[in-house]
Design a protein around this ligand. Sequence first.
Ligand code: ARG
Length: 250
Amino acid sequence: MNSKKLGLIASMIFAGLLFNSNANAAKTYQVATDAAYAPFESLNNKKEVVGFSVDVLEAIAKKSGMKIKFINTPWEGIFATLSTGDRDMVISSVTITPERKQSMDFSDPYFEAKQLIAVGKNSKVSKFTDLKTLKVGVQTGTTGDEVIQKLQGKTSPNIKRFESTPLAIKELENGGVDAVVADNGVVVNFVANNPNSKLKMIDDATFAKEYYGIAVKKGNKALLEQINKGLAAIKADGTYDKIYNKYFGK
Ligand code: ARG
């Protein structure tokens, strides 16, 4: 091979490298969220995704120089978008569980939650085990769905599954179910914003602590590291606390 040819090949490789690193710099990460989960992720009247999770991930992205784009994505099938490559991250108040960890990777926790029961104001329910034979509404495939399955059995006909948590709560208001089991923050938010809803909330000491994490495709170490570094940075410099206080008070 003559030196002219070599030079040409070398410059082609160089151009390729340049192009590649530019492509990386310009990468916008596609973020899946089921935006029917206020105050964590919901749509404002301009149809933009807003909420606690959004503010947290935006702050993380700013710290670690990532470009992100939120895409409202149905909860059912949301995790599959990682393995297909349609989305790079899921931030959707996703509880980190051992089963989920088998099919995707999670960031360090960014929020602590637990289940909470919502019932009508006049309901006699006072604890979780009272739901044993009652009709209970949950969002399909959530940790609320999991806890009620443990109480009633997987195939219980009294577990009524809904596409979103607000739909389950609507059904409770309409009397179609006796109770809803869902994440505390969402139930509290709903009751606070719907004073006419005639619902009350029941906390049960047997519910375990849950931790929300940001999910990425299994094995995407580089992205996970970037997220965790950003998360640690916003926790260290007070940004996280500011966001927390904005949504949940002190
Ligand atoms: N934390 C619960 C879970 O991981 C519920 C999350 C539902 N999130 C949502 N945006 N709908 O199962």
